[in-house]
Design a binder for this molecule. Structure first.
Ligand SMILES: *Cc1c(COP(=O)(O)O)cnc(C)c1O
Length: 465
C-alpha cells in the first residue's frame, strides 16, 4: 500500500519550486493579459480530467503553468468588483498557515493561532475606531453579515430554541444581496426586509426609515435590525450611520453595519464614518481594502455576550476545560463555525511587515486615484459621470456625440467587453438610475494616477472599436 507521504527534503524542493513560479507570476503581472485568453471549453479540457490513481510525482506541478495562464492578472489597472490584489506577504502567511495546519477552534486546539487572531481582530477594530469590539475572521463579508444578523435575531426576537418569529429588518435600496440572503436563511423572510429609499448620493434617508419602522410597529410587527451600509457595492455610498444609531436606540433594534467594502477606509478618513463605533455588529473584508489574499472576512461585535447567546451550544467533545480568560477562550462559542483555518497569520505577517501606516497611505492613494478618475471623466466631452459615492467607486459611461439614450446601454456593454479583451484594464459594470455604467473601484495598492490615465486612454481606444 502506498500512502501520501512526502519526505521533508522533497517538501523543500517542491516549495522552492512553487516560490520560484509564484515570484515569476508576480514579475510578469503587468505584461499579462488582465483577463486570460480562454474559454469554458479550454478550461474544461485542461482541468476537467479524471483523478489519477497513481501519483504523478513532481510532474503534478507542471500544470501549475496552465493554472496561472488561465487566471486573471490583478495588476495596477484591475478595478473590477470590490477586490484587493492579494498582498504577497499575506500570501506567504496563507502558505505557512496551511503548513502548520492549526484548527483555530479554541486556545486548547491552537494556542498561538487563537491568540494571534484575537490580537489581529483587536488591531482591526481599533484601526477603524471601534476599540473594544471583538470578533473573528471569516470567509467573507457575506458570512460576517449572516453572523451579525443572527446575533441581532437572537438579541431582539430569540429563535434558537423555539424557531423564528416574524420580525422586520431595514436597509437601503442599495444594500448588498448578502443581507437579503441572510434574512432568508435566518427564517425572517425576504418579505420582511424593508428596502428604504436613498438620496441622490445613494445614502439611506433616515426619515423614510423611521416612517417604515413606525408603520411596522403600528401593524404589530417587531423591528429587529437596521443594516447600515459603510460603502455600497455599486457606488461606495456610506449611510449616515450616526442617524441610524439614533433610530436603532429609539426603536430598540440592533444596528448592523455592512462594511465589507468600506469600513477599513475608516482608518484613513474616519470623518466619513461617524457613528460606525455605535454599531452592535459590523462586517469588514480584509480581502478587499486590506488587500489580503481571499479569504479574509471579519465580523466584529460590541458585546461578546450577545455572540455567546447566539452561538454557544457547547457539546461535551468540544467543551473547554479552563476558566482562564486566554486558555479558556473558544471562537466556536461566538460564531457558527467550528473548524477554522488560520486566516489571521497572513494579516499578522502583512501588517507587521509593512506597518499599519502603509495600509492607511495606500487607502488614501486609492481615494486619490478615484478623485483623479472623476476629474478626468468629468473633463472629457465623451465621458459622462453617472455616480460618485463617498469612497473609491466611480460609475460613468461613454457617450459619443449624437448617440441617443436608447443606444447607450448596448454601446457601453459592448465597449466594456472590448476593453477587457484588449487586456490592459479591467472594469466591471453597475446599473445607475437604470443606465448601464462602467464601474471602476480602486482598492488596489498597485494603482497610481498614471494607471487612471491609462484607463481613460484604453476606454477611448476601445470606444473606437
Ligand atoms: C463584497 C461585499 C459583500 C460580500 O462580501 P464577500 O466577502 O464577497 O462575501 C457584502 N457587502 C458589500 C458592501 C460588499 O462589497
Amino acid at each position: 500500500m502506498t500512502r501520501p507521504l512526502l519526505a521533508p527534503q522533497d517538501f523543500r524542493t517542491l516549495a522552492s519550486r512553487a516560490a520560484d513560479e509564484a515570484a515569476r507570476f508576480l514579475e510578469g503581472l503587468d505584461g499579462r493579459a488582465i483577463f486570460p485568453e480562454t474559454s469554458g471549453a479550454t478550461t474544461q479540457a485542461l482541468f476537467g480530467g479524471d483523478c489519477p490513481e497513481q501519483g504523478l510525482g513532481p510532474t503534478a506541478f507542471d500544470q501549475l503553468r496552465d493554472v496561472f495562464a488561465h487566471s486573471r492578472a490583478h495588476n495596477a489597472r484591475f478595478l473590477g468588483y470590490v477586490l484587493g490584489p492579494g498582498e504577497p506577504v499575506g500570501a506567504i502567511g496563507d502558505f505557512l498557515a496551511s503548513v502548520i495546519n492549526q484548527n483555530v477552534t479554541s486556545w486548547r486546539s491552537a494556542p498561538s493561532a487563537v491568540t494571534i487572531e484575537r490580537t489581529v481582530v483587536s488591531w482591526l477594530a481599533r484601526a477603524i475606531g471601534c476599540e473594544g469590539f471583538t470578533g473573528s475572521l471569516m470567509g467573507g463579508g457575506s458570512a460576517a453579515n449572516l453572523l451579525g444578523l443572527a446575533m441581532a435575531r437572537e438579541a431582539k426576537a430569540p429563535a434558537n430554541q423555539h424557531g423564528a418569529r416574524p420580525g422586520t429588518v431595514y436597509a437601503s435600496q442599495q444594500v448588498h444581496l448578502s443581507i437579503s440572503k441572510a434574512v432568508a436563511l435566518l427564517g425572517l423572510g425576504r418579505d420582511n426586509l424593508r428596502l428604504i429609499p436613498v438620496d441622490e448620493r445613494f445614502r439611506i434617508l433616515p426619515a423614510e426609515l423611521e416612517k417604515a419602522i413606525q408603520r411596522d410597529v403600528a401593524a404589530g410587527l417587531r423591528p429587529i435590525a437596521i443594516v447600515g451600509c459603510a460603502g455600497t457595492v455599486n457606488t461606495g455610498a456610506v449611510d449616515p450611520l450616526d442617524a441610524l444609531a439614533e433610530l436603532a436606540k429609539r426603536y430598540d433594534t440592533w444596528l448592523h453595519v455592512d462594511g465589507a467594502y468600506g469600513a477599513l477606509a475608516a482608518m484613513t478618513v474616519p470623518e466619513r464614518f461617524k457613528g460606525l463605533d455605535q454599531a452592535d455588529s459590523l462586517s469588514l473584508d480584509g480581502h478587499k481594502w486590506l488587500y489580503q489574499p481571499v479569504d479574509c472576512g471579519c465580523a466584529l461585535f460590541r458585546d461578546a455576550g450577545a455572540a455567546r447567546a447566539a452561538f454557544s451550544d457547547t457539546s461535551d467533545y468540544v467543551r473547554v476545560l479552563s476558566d482562564d480568560p486566554v486558555e479558556g477562550f473558544a471562537f466556536f462559542e461566538e460564531s457558527f463555525e467550528l473548524s477554522r483555518r488560520f486566516r489571521a497569520l497572513k494579516v499578522w505577517l502583512s501588517l507587521r511587515y509593512h506597518g499599519l501606516g502603509a495600509f492607511r497611505d495606500a487607502i488614501r492613494d486609492d481615494l486619490d486615484c478615484a478623485e483623479h478618475l472623476v476629474a478626468r471623466v468629468s473633463a472629457h466631452p465623451e465621458l459622462e459621470l453617472l455616480a460618485r459615492g463617498d469612497l473609491s467607486a466611480v460609475c460613468f459611461r461613454h457617450r459619443p456625440e449624437g448617440a441617443s439614450e436608447a443606444e447607450l446601454d448596448a454601446h457601453n456593454a459592448a465597449l466594456l467587453k472590448r476593453l477587457v479583451r484588449r487586456g490592459r484594464v479591467y472594469l466591471s459594470n453597475a446599473r445607475i438610475h437604470g443606465h448601464f455604467a462602467l464601474r471602476a473601484c480602486v482598492t488596489n495598492f498597485r494603482s497610481t494616477r498614471e494607471d487612471m490615465d491609462a484607463v481613460i486612454d484604453e476606454i477611448l481606444a476601445a470606444a473606437r472599436g
